[in-house]
Design a protein around this ligand. Sequence first.
Ligand SMILES: Nc1ncnc2c1ncn2[C@@H]1O[C@H](COP(=O)(O)OP(=O)(O)OP(=O)(O)O)[C@@H](O)[C@H]1O
Ligand SMILES: [Mg+2]
Length: 306
Amino acid sequence: MKNLIVVLVGGLSGEREISFLTGKACSLALKKKGYSVISIDAKGNFGEKLKKLKPKAIFNALHGKYGEDGFVQSLLEGFKIPYTHSGVFASSLAMDKAMSRLIFRKNDLKTPKYFLLHKNHEGNLVKKIKKKKIKFPVVIKPVNEGSSLGVHICKNKIKLKNKYKKLLKDYGRILVEEYIPGREIQVAVMGDKALGAIELVPKRQFYDYKAKYSSKACTKHIMPAPISSNKYREVLNLAKKAHSVLGCRGITRSDFRFFRNQFYLLELNTQPGMTQLSLVPEIAGYCGIKFEDMVAWMIEDASYNR
Ligand SMILES: Nc1ncnc2c1ncn2[C@@H]1O[C@H](COP(=O)(O)OP(=O)(O)OP(=O)(O)O)[C@@H](O)[C@H]1O
Ligand SMILES: [Mg+2]
């Protein structure tokens, strides 16, 4: 079939359900633009199906482990089928917060103070936190998860002790980092251009899974983020730089905390949520870019060997 696009959905990560939402919205958009679309759940022997279908391109609607971390990307490189978003290396760097932060810091992108804790670590964790001059509350999180899964804000030693062992057991490596109070600002980058910055104001303790995906959580979205025009320009440039130093392609979203006039980069997402209600489409919409045009742009931008 000419003009056939395969949308990869689902997969094996904790963000499987979100991926179905991204996939559904993007499939619909592609159909509106005249493409033939088939969705495939990226589990089991999906590679065989892909090879048989020989699509014009793959729209990668996966999030998290295997879909966003270079794994699926290297499979597609092997098949020589053009795919959306970043390539193998940028995807795996961005997915691993410990690795991407090393690069961010080398390039003067400020991040919260943090250290990596692995499952064979030795010594007392609280002492280590003190030594690193990190004060409570501290945030612990997996290095390679998304949708705030496994992110815990620990107000004190007791909370920390209750949480970190299970997290380490589940993930093997976690980040321990300073809590940055202040505001939540996220920036969408499309190709060479930072599109805009949005502020999220959760009603919950922080921007957790429910605050992200449940309308009942009533998280407020403020677009454009109400900060001075200088600071707005600054955060757009920071996101563009983060995208560029990791070698990203297509669309990315960078997540910041804004405190005492400074931006702290938390992470960069190479496969941001793309439902009609997600942040990247909301930012793009404000810039006059329709959802289906953005999705079609992503398909035209698809390639391999990226
Ligand atoms: N150091 C921190 N200080 C304050 N809040 C934080 C910190 N780290 C994480 N958070 C809160 O937790 C949320 C999720 O953190 P982060 O972006 O690191 O996780 P994620 O699971 O990769 O998210 P995503 O859904 O964007 O992939 C942040 O948006 C923020 O609200
Ligand atoms: Mg995030």
